[in-house]
Ligand binder design. Sequence first.
Ligand SMILES: [Zn+2]
Length: 391
Amino acid sequence: MTEKLYYADSHLDSMEAVVLRCEEAENRFAVILDRTVFFPEGGGQPADTGTIDGIRVTDVQEQDGLIRHMLTDPVAVGSQVIGRLDWGRRFSCMQNHSGEHIVSGLVHSRFGYSNVGFHMGSEAITMDFNGAITAEELREIELQANRTVTANLRITAAFPEPDELASMEYRSKIEIDGPVRIVTIPGIDRCACCAPHVSCTGEIGIIKITGSERYKGGTRVSMLCGFRALKDYDKRSGQIAALSVRLSSKPDYVTEAVERLMAEMEVLKEKKDHLQRELYACKAENETAGRKNVLAIETDLTPAEIRFLANAYMERLEGTAAVFSGNEQQGYQYVIGSGNLDCRELGKSCNSALNGRGGGAAQMVQGSVKAGREKIEQWFADAVQDRHMSE
Ligand SMILES: [Zn+2]
C-alpha cells in the first residue's frame, strides 16, 4: 500500500519517495511510489496535479491501496524522486471541499436533506440536495456557513473502530470494506470522506452560494469558496465596471441606468412606429394613385411592418395589395390583401407558384415563399393584374 502522506498532513506540498514500479500505459507511465502527497481522485474531489522529478503528473488514481501517478515520461525503478504538488490548485480544492462539508452539514441538520451529488469542476462547484430549499433559506445557510468560517473551528479526520463507527451518526453512511475515514467539523458536520481538508475553517475564506435551481425533485446549489470566490468577485466587479463606463453611471447604479435606457428605448420605439405609419401612408398615397393593384417588394421589413404597409395600401385601393419582404437567398415573407378577390385563393396560387406556405382569411393572407423577385412579379402579373384586365 502506498503511504498517504496527505492524511498525516494535508498541507504537505512536496515529498521524497522511492519508485517501486513504472509501467507504460496509454502513452503515459503509471508510477507507484512508497509514499505520496498526491491525492487520487475521490469523494468528489479531483486528482492532484504537479510534477515528479520535474515530469508532469497528469492524473492520479487509487487501485487496491496502490496509488498510480500517470506521468508523461518514465522514471527509474528503485530511484529516489521528488514530487511537488500544484499547491494553489490543491489548496483551492480543499477550501471548496471543506466549504461543501459545512454547507451540506448545515442543510442536513436543518432540513434533514442529503447531498446526493457533489461535483467539483475546474470552475463551478455544485451540490445536489434531495429536497427543496428556497433562496431565502439558502441565504440563511450561507450566513451561518460564513459564521462557521470565522469561528475558525479545527477540522479533524480519524478512522474510528468498527463498533464505534456502527453507533456513530454521520453523513454518507454506506457499507464499505475497510476502515472508514470520518471528517469532523465540531458542532457543524461529521461525514465519511477520503479527501484532504483544510486544518481550520478559517482557511476556507468566504463561502458564497452563487446560484440554485430545482433539480430532480430537489435542489442543485452552486457555490464558490476562498480564492475561487475572490476570482469570481473580481470577474463580476470587472463586468460591472465595464457596464458602468458604457452606461456613464456609477457602478452602484447600473441597474437604474439600464432601466432608464430601456424606458428611453420604449419611447423611441413608439416614435419610430408612429413615423413609420406616416411614412407608409405617404408611400401608399404615392404608389396607389390611379392604380387598382399594387405589388411592393421590400428588403428588410419585420412581419409587423409588412402588415402595416399592406394595410396602408388596402386603405386606398379597390383591388389587391401584395407586400413581400426578404431577399433572394432566404426567400420572402408576404401579406396579401384584397377588396375584390378572395385572398385564400390568391394565397393558394402564390404558394403553389412560388414554393411557399401560409394562409389566412378572405380579406388577408400571410406566409412566406422561396422564390426570387422576378418570379414574384410574374406571379402577381398572372394572378392579379391579367385577371383584372380580363374581367
Ligand atoms: Zn468530503
